[in-house]
Each structure stands twice: as structure tokens, then as C-alpha cells.
Write a protein that binds this ligand. Structure first.
Ligand SMILES: Cc1cc2nc3c(=O)[nH]c(=O)nc-3n(C[C@H](O)[C@H](O)[C@H](O)COP(=O)(O)OP(=O)(O)OC[C@H]3O[C@@H](n4cnc5c(N)ncnc54)[C@H](O)[C@@H]3O)c2cc1C
Length: 756
């Protein structure tokens, strides 16, 4: 046995996606980090040891333009490229590579932290060190760091340090939460084991072991949907332990869950009700995936009302979009639905004050142990949201070390610095615009080779993929309005003389994409035609600031509209009508978000163009403003790319600037839902909207200088590219030249930052 002490700037305990996000963020800011995980594999519940698929703000495609960017965004996109089938083992390595790539991270796997040295009075605890035992190597390591981030999920480190926390459900009166019980209860979301099956190609028998639970003696066959083809996280509802103590009863919970899975498998194989002769059990998890335990108390506790009302926080640092998704404490034995869910109308914000302890002065937390009520935790617990919190906590910890301040002091005095640092690293933050003093592009003159000025599909661009779409249900065309909208042209066919009703709706909040306020109505008389005809409909909307509008075409059984691919930048199509339910879930009725899904026409556009010309895709979008869709696409899109013709974006300064690096953010279609495992398969391994081939040129300030290529890439498949500059860094101009995309018609650039 050996003992050692490891000193770093930051120690992150827990290598789930929150911990990975935190460690990578801090390391990229130049801070040394010890990342300590008590299991041999990173990824927490998403790892191949547990196999929960990674969801986030897109909420299985229900929220719009909501996919996370930043560290989790990179991992999503990388996984899509390496692992489109969703193999959990391949995902493990996407996560591991992301961590190993950072030289500032010292990774300690198999190292269980079980001792914490902390001092100070109850209202100001200070963590001096944490100590972990590495299984297999017999090494006892004491980690010493000025900042500690508890990403253990269960919150053991903070607990041992004396940080305050909550367990179970708050009483309704405490935060005025409609979904909270009348009285506080020590009940949790339960834990789960998952299993994988495989078709062996020949009959395989199954003799249930003695520990298998006979599920025909339980309500399960009547209350839950069991399908022989389902596997892995489809069985999320195999959940138990919510009425016990999730941690101290962990062994008992595992045994029950395992016996239950063996019983379900016996039922599938031997009841005669399923086509399962050739199926065999390929894998069963042995580590219960834990949903809920301690939630630390921060300076702010996120609540149900803040999620549903989508409260805007001055210290916003991440966002979520999953529904408030709560499960009965009795889990799989509950006779009713396995979950009840309610969405906010769009994505919701998470404040920094929820990411540091109210009384442990040098402790941050991220992931499922952050500061929220039980109800709010129900929406923020999904892993991409946890990873976004992790990136924020890691960034904050790095800044705390830089400035020599506590997390609370950082929040009180340096929130803009935290937000701008997050934005510079393309983290998923909402409603924060670029006013980074270190971004020199903000003072540059921007010119481009061309820009898309017409929103929609120009008639000349219609290819062969044009399909009729009978207007049997209301359709919504979501489009950016900058500065105003007057009319739209539509390709239609009418079977009989009729009147098409057209409405313009605004969306309420800038991040929302549902019709909220009726702004204008018009009617277009149509004569019967036997071929598609372009018609014009008034659609007046002159908002006080750029924002999205939804042009609703009311259902008319005499009218056919036409759809085409690809979807133009900044546009989405909503189809009125309830989306298909998951039969195991009780979803609150009457939610606009679900009544206007994008899924039925995902990737297709109605054939339309909007007038007048728009600034929504103008080049200035790349040097200011938001870095993700928020009241508009917030990117530059060129005219259509042509072979042998470059599209470029150029920055010029009146006086030379001294630059350190250039950061480019390309569009990677954040509306596209990605998932790490087998939830669904997205069609493209490389996101077509991404720029494929580009070069970056600079014009040095020295007299007589000529354009110099500082980076050239022919196979780009990432959203954010960072190019450090060498040598003389005084520049007069920068030019980004795009020669090819991965499939999109235009060159699309979200941000071009020239950092001092
Ligand atoms: C069955 C199930 C289904 C779910 N469904 C979904 C879903 O579909 N999509 C989704 O995104 N989310 C889902 N969730 C929620 C999600 O998995 C969790 O909220 C999320 O994993 C929390 O991330 P985390 O990083 O905070 O914690 P975790 O993923 O729990 O990771 C914590 C890490 O810390 C390590 N650790 C713990 N204690 C110590 C210690 N003392 N020392 C060192 N290391 C320690 C653990 O080994 C683990 O690696 C589900 C959860 C469960 C259990």
C-alpha cells in the first residue's frame, strides 16, 4: 500500500458527465485539475456500466434549437461521427478521449473518495482536502486544492464537509410549487438497472434462476408496456427504491431490480406472449443507476415555477429543456403511469447561484446534486444539462483560482466575466450576448463575399425533391424577422375555389418557438389550379427588435402546400397536432410545445419565401450578439456555395490589433436531436450544416505585408475551431474563406472571434 498527496488548482470528485464537463472546462482555462472517479469508466450513468442514454434540452426533439454546445456538444457530435449506432462502449471512449486530451487533467479512476478534511464554523466550512482509495492499486491519495467541485451525484463529499443539503420532496408551501406534496416527504426517484438483449439467430432457451421475481404476481403486466424488441434505456421504468434510502439501501435495491429483470426476461421468453424464441440476454447492469439523492443548498434553489415560467436570471450560466419528469416513489410497482411530465414552453435557465454551496465556501457542485427543489430537479437532471452545469462550475472554479475569490464572490462581483468566458468557449448559455472585451472582432468592419438575404426557399433553388402536403392540419412556418415582415409567397395548389387563412404570431419569449400572440391575420382567395402556383399572402409584423415569427396556415382541405429539402437557415416547420405519447408516461394535456411539434416535417421546409429582404443572416451576426438561436438564427449564411467559387468573411480594423488566437464557431444545426445510445439514429454522421473546407488568412500590420494563411482545414466536422496565432500578431485584417460545406448549400458561420 502507498500513500500520496496530489496538489492541483481544482479537484473534481465524480466522473459522470457533470464532472467531466467541469474538469475539461477548468483544464482548458489553464488550471490543473484532479478528476477523481470511483469507477473504472467515466460517464456516470451514461457509461457502459449503466447505459442511460444522454438526453438534454432538446428533450427528444420536443424543444427547438435546443441542443447543447460546448463540451457536451462536442461529445455529442463526436459520438455521432464515431458511433452512430449508439454502442455504449464506443461512447465510453468518446468521453475518455475528451478527458485524456487535456494535459492539465490528472485522472484518477477507481478512486473512491471517502474522507474529507474540512474546517470552520457551520456557516463557513472550508474543504482542506479529500482522500480517496484506489481499488486494485492500493493507493491512498489525499487531494489538496483551493477549490472543490462535488459531482458525485450522491453528494458524499459535500456531506462529509458539512455542506447543507436537501433530501426528498419539499412541502408545497416551501416554494409554492404546484406539483409538490402538501407535506414534505423523504421520497426519491428510484434507481434502475437496465439490460440488453440480442437476437442469436437460432432458438435460445431461458431457465430463470432462483432469484427471478415472478412478475405475473405483480401489477406489472397490466400496468407497463413490455415489448420483446425493447432494450437498454427503453426500460427506464424498471425503477425501485424511492421509498427507501437510495444510498444506504443500495444493495437491497440492486438485488430487487436484478431479480425483477430476470423475472421480466422469464415473462418475455416463456409466457408465450412474445416472439422471443431467438432472443438471449446479452447484458444486465450490476450498478444501480441512481437518479436522486442529496441536493446541496446553494445561494439559490431552482424551483418548479422558475422552470415553467422560464425565469431569466442575471447570472444565467446554463439551460435545460427536459420536462419536469417525476416518477412515483413506488417505481415499477406503482399501479399508475411510470412518470408524469410537464414541459416549459421553451428552454429554461439555470443560475450560477445554484452551483455553489451556501455554507461550504470553496465548494461548487454540478449535476444531480446541484441546488434545486425535487420538482425542479425533475427537469434539470438529464445528463447534457448536468454536463452544461459542469462546464459552468469548472469555468467558475478556474476563474476563482485566477482571481483568488470564492464562488460566491465570483458570482457577486464577476458574473459578466464568467458568462463571457463561457460564451468564448461556446458553452450552452442562453440570452447572453457577446460583449467580450477581449474579442477584437467586435470593433472590426465586417464584409463578406455574399449573404443570404431572402428567408425561405427561392423558386430557383427548388430541386426535384418537392412533395405535395395536403393542408389537412394547421402548419406553422417559423422564420426570423429582422427587421420586419410584410408578406410571404407560398407554393400552393387549390382543388376548388377557396380562401386560405394566414396568421402571424409572435412567440412570447425569444427562445420560444410556439405561437403565443396573434399579430396579424390575412386571407388569400385561391382559384382552382391543376399545378402548383406561387401566391402572395400579407403577413405584416414589425417588432421592436429582431425575433422569430410563426406564420400559421390554417387547415383547408381544398389546399395543398408543397415541401422541399433542405430546410433553409433560421426556419422550422410546425405541424399542429398532438405528438405520439409514450404509453408509460402521463403527460400534462394542453401544452403548446407538444401540440405544435416539429418532428412530423423534420428537415423539410414548406416552399415559401418571405419579404422584404432580411438581415437575420447578415455577416454582422458573427461578431456580436448571441451565439446560438435566440430570437433568430444569429449566424451569417452566404449565398449558395458554387464549385470553384470561394465564400469569405472578412474583418478589417482601422488601427492594427494584437491578436492571440482566432476562434470560429460554425453552425452545427442545434435543432437536431442527438443521443449517445440507441434512442434513435440521426441520418448524417457529419452534420451537413458544418463547414467542411476552409482557410483562415491574416493580413499582418507590418508595412508591405501580404495575406498569410494561418490555418487550412479540408475535413472539418466540428462546430468550434480554435487557431492560436504564432509570431507577429499585429493584424490589420482577418479573412475566413469557405470552399465547401458538409452538405449545406451555404457557408454558415455563427461567430468569428479574434481574441486579444
Ligand atoms: C435509469 C435512469 C434513467 C435516466 N434517464 C435519463 C435519460 O434518459 N437521459 C438522461 O440524460 N438522464 C437520465 N437520467 C438521469 C441522469 O442519469 C442523472 O441525473 C445524471 O447521470 C447525473 O449526472 P451526474 O454527473 O451528476 O452524476 P452521475 O451520472 O451519477 O455520476 C456521478 C459519478 O461520480 C462517481 N462517484 C460517486 N461518488 C463518488 C466518490 N465518493 N468518489 C469518487 N467518485 C464518486 C460515480 O461513480 C459516477 O461516476 C436517468 C437516470 C437513471 C438512473
Amino acid at each position: 500500500m502507498q500513500s500520496q498527496t496530489v496538489e492541483t488548482d481544482i479537484v473534481v470528485i465524480g466522473g459522470g458527465l457533470a464532472g467531466v464537463g467541469a474538469a475539461v472546462a477548468a483544464a482548458r482555462l489553464g488550471r490543473t485539475v484532479a478528476l477523481v472517479n470511483n469507477r473504472p469508466v467515466l460517464g456516470g450513468n451514461s457509461s457502459s456500466e449503466v447505459r442511460v442514454w444522454v438526453c438534454g434540452a432538446t428533450a427528444h426533439g420536443n424543444q427547438r434549437w435546443a441542443r447543447e454546445t460546448g463540451i457536451i456538444g462536442e461529445m455529442y457530435v463526436e459520438n455521432q461521427y464515431r458511433n452512430p449506432e449508439g454502442n455504449p462502449i464506443y461512447w465510453d471512449d468518446v468521453v475518455l478521449d475528451t478527458v485524456r486530451r487535456e494535459p492539465n487533467i490528472h485522472l484518477f479512476l477507481n478512486t473512491d473518495v471517502r474522507e474529507v478534511a474540512a474546517s470552520g464554523p457551520d456557516e463557513a466550512r472550508h474543504i482542506e482536502s479529500v482522500t480517496g482509495w484506489t481499488m486494485g492499486s492500493e493507493i491512498l491519495t489525499t487531494f489538496v486544492a483551493p477549490l472543490v467541485i462535488d459531482c458525485t451525484g450522491d453528494g458524499l463529499v459535500g456531506h462529509l464537509a458539512g455542506a447543507r443539503y436537501r433530501l426528498g420532496k419539499e412541502a408545497r408551501s416551501e416554494f409554492g410549487e404546484e406539483w409538490a406534496p402538501e407535506e414534505a416527504r423523504r421520497e426519491f426517484l428510484g434507481s434502475t438497472l437496465l439490460f440488453y438483449t440480442q437476437d442469436a439467430g437460432y432458438p435460445v432457451k431461458y431457465v430463470p434462476p432462483e432469484s427471478a421475481i415472478d412478475i405475473t404476481t405483480t401489477p406489472i403486466p397490466a400496468t407497463r408496456i413490455i415489448r420483446s424488441g425493447d432494450t437498454g434505456a427503453h426500460y427506464w421504468w424498471i425503477e425501485w427504491g424511492g421509498e427507501l434510502d437510495i444510498v444506504s439501501d443500495n444493495e437491497r435495491i440492486r438485488d430487487e431490480l436484478r431479480g425483477f429483470i430476470l423475472g421480466i426476461w422469464d415473462y418475455i421468453k416463456n409466457s408465450g406472449q412474445f416472439d422471443a424464441d431467438n432472443l438471449t440476454l446479452e447484458w444486465i447492469g450490476n450498478l444501480p443507476g441512481k437518479r436522486e439523492y442529496r441536493r446541496f443548498i446553494g445561494d439559490h434553489t431552482l424551483t418548479q415555477n422558475e422552470i415553467i415560467e422560464q425565469t431569466s436570471f442575471p447570472d444565467t450560466i446554463a439551460f435545460g429543456g427536459w420536462s419536469i419528469d417525476l416518477h412515483p416513489a413506488a417505481g415499477m410497482y406503482h399501479p399508475g403511469a411510470a412518470a408524469k411530465q410537464r414541459f416549459s414552453d421553451g428552454v429554461f435557465e439555470i443560475p450560477f447561484r445554484s452551483l455553489y454551496s451556501v455554507n461550504a465556501t470553496n465548494m461548487l457542485m454540478a449535476g444531480r446534486d446541484f441546488s434545486a427543489t425535487h420538482i425542479a430537479f425533475g427537469a434539470s437532471r438529464v445528463m447534457a444539462t448536468c454536463a452544461a452545469m459542469g462546464q459552468a462550475a469548472g469555468t467558475a472554479a478556474a476563474l476563482c483560482v485566477d482571481l483568488g475569490v470564492t464562488p460566491r464572490e465570483l458570482g457577486r462581483n464577476h458574473t459578466p466575466l464568467l458568462q463571457q468566458t463561457l460564451l468564448r468557449h461556446d458553452a450552452p448559455v442562453l440570452g447572453v450576448d457577446n460583449h467580450d472585451p477581449l474579442d477584437l472582432s467586435r470593433t472590426a468592419h465586417v464584409t463578406v463575399s455574399s449573404a443570404s438575404t431572402v428567408i425561405g426557399v427561392e423558386p430557383n433553388d427548388l430541386g426535384t425533391d418537392v412533395l405535395p402536403y395536403p393542408l389537412t392540419t394547421d402548419l406553422g412556418i417559423v422564420l426570423p424577422v429582422d427587421p420586419r415582415l410584410e408578406s410571404i409567397e407560398l407554393l400552393v395548389r387549390a382543388d376548388h375555389a377557396t380562401t386560405l387563412a394566414v396568421e402571424v404570431w409572435s412567440t412570447g419569449k425569444l427562445q420560444n418557438v410556439i405561437p403565443v400572440n396573434l399579430e396579424a391575420t390575412s386571407a388569400v382567395d385561391l382559384e382552382p389550379t391543376d399545378r402548383p402556383t406561387w401566391i402572395r399572402a400579407d403577413a405584416p409584423f414589425d417588432p421592436s427588435r429582431p425575433q422569430n415569427a410563426i406564420v400559421v396556415l390554417r387547415a383547408n382541405s381544398d389546399v395543398t402546400v408543397f415541401t422541399t429539402t433542405p430546410l433553409p437557415p433560421g426556419v422550422l416547420i410546425l405541424v399542429h397536432g398532438q405528438d405520439a405519447d409514450d404509453a408509460n408516461v402521463d403527460i400534462t394535456a394542453g401544452q403548446q410545445l407538444l401540440e405544435w411539434p416539429t418532428k412530423p416535417l423534420r428537415g423539410r421546409s414548406v416552399c415559401f419565401t418571405a419579404s422584404p429582404e432580411s438581415r437575420a443572416l447578415a455577416p454582422e451576426q458573427t461578431t456580436s450578439g448571441y451565439q446560438r438561436p435566440y430570437g433568430g438564427p444569429n449566424m451569417w449564411a452566404s449565398a449558395n456555395l458554387r464549385e470553384g467559387h470561394d465564400e469569405w468573411l472578412r474583418l478589417d480594423w482601422d488601427d492594427p490589433v494584437r491578436a492571440r488566437e482566432i476562434r470560429i464557431v460554425f453552425d452545427d444545426d442545434v435543432d437536431l436531436e442527438l443521443n449517445t445510445l440507441h434512442h434513435h439514429r440521426s441520418p448524417n454522421e457529419i452534420i451537413p450544416e458544418l463547414v467542411k473546407a476552409y482557410r483562415l488568412e491574416v493580413l499582418p500590420a507590418a508595412a508591405g505585408s501580404v495575406w498569410t494563411i494561418v490555418a487550412q482545414e479540408n475535413d472539418n466536422r466540428w462546430r468550434q475551431r480554435v487557431h492560436p496565432l504564432q509570431g507577429d500578431r499585429y493584424l490589420r485584417a482577418v479573412r475566413l474563406v469557405v470552399t465547401e460545406s458538409n452538405g449545406a448549400r451555404q457557408a454558415r458561420v455563427v461567430q468569428l472571434r479574434v481574441q486579444a
